[in-house]
Design a protein around this ligand. Sequence first.
Ligand code: AMP
Length: 117
Amino acid sequence: MNLNGEKTIFEKIIDREVPAEIVEEDEHCILIRDINPCAPVHILIIPKKRVPRIAEAESDDEAMLGHLLFMAKKFAETHHLEQGFRLVINNGPHAQETVPHLHIHLIAGKWMAWPPC
Ligand code: AMP
């Protein structure tokens, strides 16, 4: 939900109210291609549970959070991202969070700059 109590774009995608390129799904999460990719591979790993951002995760969410990371590892393995990949979570306005539903960006397929800030 966003601040107005409406579904976020990611909840609408999870509920199949808005189309997206779904690359994987299980009972806990969905993996979609980012609509505005910043690299040849740009996937969003999104929990089905409504958690607005990592700062609002609760102790009950610990296993789900680990699952999201493991899904990233499995995606990297099956898509042969041996050259590297980056996982990013934007939390809050300073970090440029735009969708208030927790998600991990998995970015790969090009040389990336560091630091990112
Ligand atoms: P963040 O800035 O971390 O909140 O990232 C939100 C991401 O969601 C951005 O990279 C957007 O390009 C992406 N995004 C927004 N709407 C969609 C959509 N309908 N399908 C896929 N990705 C989306």
